[in-house]
Design a protein around this ligand. Structure first.
Ligand SMILES: C[S@@+](CC[C@H](N)C(=O)[O-])C[C@H]1O[C@@H](n2cnc3c(N)ncnc32)[C@H](O)[C@@H]1O
Length: 363
């Protein structure tokens, strides 16, 4: 085959990748928007007594901004695939049988979630989890979800819940952090680089990390045994069950860490020590690719929606997260802001642990 043929073949494969990404994203958006709408129709969360507990301050959400922000998440994702920053995601819907099972399980459970929401029951799970193994703040039904973070069924259902909540945009939003890391690592030999996905949940983002950096050593960490083992299977990666407050890694030992959707679930008193703990394990020159909810100041036209989130999805620490100055928080831990991005309801930051200045190096 001539060089010209090979280049033409590569171009065709690339166009196929981009088209596959777009088709997958569309199918996913339709599927999970439908599942989310069905769950709302079954449970009618905004018609219950919890509505009385929700006292919004922000003006109503702008539908137009919401639509544009949603589409922007897919557009940015497609642009990064087209730019070769990372391969097309394989989080598009799988086979029909598996999809139906996932959606059926999610919808079935939605009634239980809603019953818990209406009772205002956020500690059902407290007695199911040993108090010596898990901190008190962790032993709650975050999102009112069945089993909290403790059961295999919860871990199996988690991705469906997140995708239904964000109408199929969760993967695309999380990949803002992947995009920042891929830009930071572009042109580097990934062999021998290590990256850990902290609070990896059920492994959706860890799978993206593995496929973007197949030569690097990517692994996951989560405090939940059920989620850590689910993530390991999903991503085909090693995972460890551990508390992020005390990472089981040596000082200056990792090239990168990622952390997605954890900080809004940490009690405010823990955010500083956890940021410092992440900084401790990064090598000088190493980076943290962070992603979490946008804050009201980032998206004033969506602020009402951000206010509603903790009221309808038990998120006890979200209010303080919404007001946290994240670059300042990580700055106090010694990490410097190097890049940022946002898509729909997620923002991402790239933070670097600086190399020692030449004058402070010993000779
Ligand atoms: C909202 S989920 C985010 C999961 C995943 N990163 C994602 O993108 O969907 C929060 C995760 O943080 C984990 N987590 C919460 N507190 C933790 C802690 N102290 N140490 C380690 N993991 C923790 C939970 O078990 C859960 O899997």
């Amino acid at each position: 085959m001539s060089g010209k043929d090979r280049r033409a073949g590569r171009k065709a494969a690339f166009r196929g990748d981009v088209a596959a990404q777009a088709a997958g994203a569309l199918a996913k958006a339709l599927w999970w928007s439908g599942a989310g709408a069905a769950a709302k129709a079954i449970t009618r969360p905004t018609r219950g007594e919890q509505v009385g507990r929700f006292q919004p301050k922000a003006p109503p959400t702008s539908r137009e901004r919401l639509r544009r922000a949603y589409l922007e998440a897919f557009a940015k994702d497609a642009r990064d695939v087209a730019a070769g920053l990372y391969p097309p995601s394989d989080d598009r819907p799988g086979d029909v049988g598996e999809l139906l099972r996932q959606a059926g399980d999610f919808l079935n459970d939605a009634r239980e979630v809603d019953a818990r929401r209406r009772r205002g029951d956020v500690v059902e799970v407290r007695d199911q989890a040993p108090s010596d193994a898990y901190p008190v703040y962790y032993r709650q039904n975050f999102h009112f979800q069945s089993g909290g973070w403790f059961t295999e069924a919860s871990a199996r259902r988690y991705e469906a819940q997140v995708e239904a909540l964000f109408s199929g945009a969760a993967g695309a939003m999380r990949r803002r952090a992947l995009s920042l890391l891929a830009q930071a690592w572009r042109g580097r030999d990934h062999r021998g680089l290590t990256v850990v996905d902290l609070a990896c949940g059920a492994g959706g983002f860890l799978r993206d990390l593995r496929s973007a950096f197949p030569r690097a050593q990517a692994f996951g960490l989560d405090l939940s045994a059920a989620y850590a083992s689910r993530a390991g299977r999903e991503a085909g990666a090693a995972t460890v069950q551990a508390n992020i407050e005390r990472l089981p890694f040596a000082d200056d030992s990792l090239d990168a860490a990622t952390c997605v959707y954890l900080f809004h679930e940490l009690p405010p008193r823990l955010r500083e020590p956890v940021a410092a703990e992440i900084a401790r394990v990064l090598r000088p020159g190493g980076v943290l690719a962070f992603a979490d909810s946008v804050q009201p100041a980032d998206e004033p036209e969506l602020a009402r929606m951000l206010e509603a989130f903790p009221a309808f999805f038990h998120e006890p620490y979200y209010g303080s997260y919404a007001e946290t100055d994240l670059p300042a928080l990580f700055g106090r831990a010694g990490l410097t802001l190097k890049g940022q991005d946002k898509a729909f309801l997620t923002k991402a930051l790239l933070l670097e642990k600086p190399l020692p200045s030449p004058s402070s190096r010993t000779v």
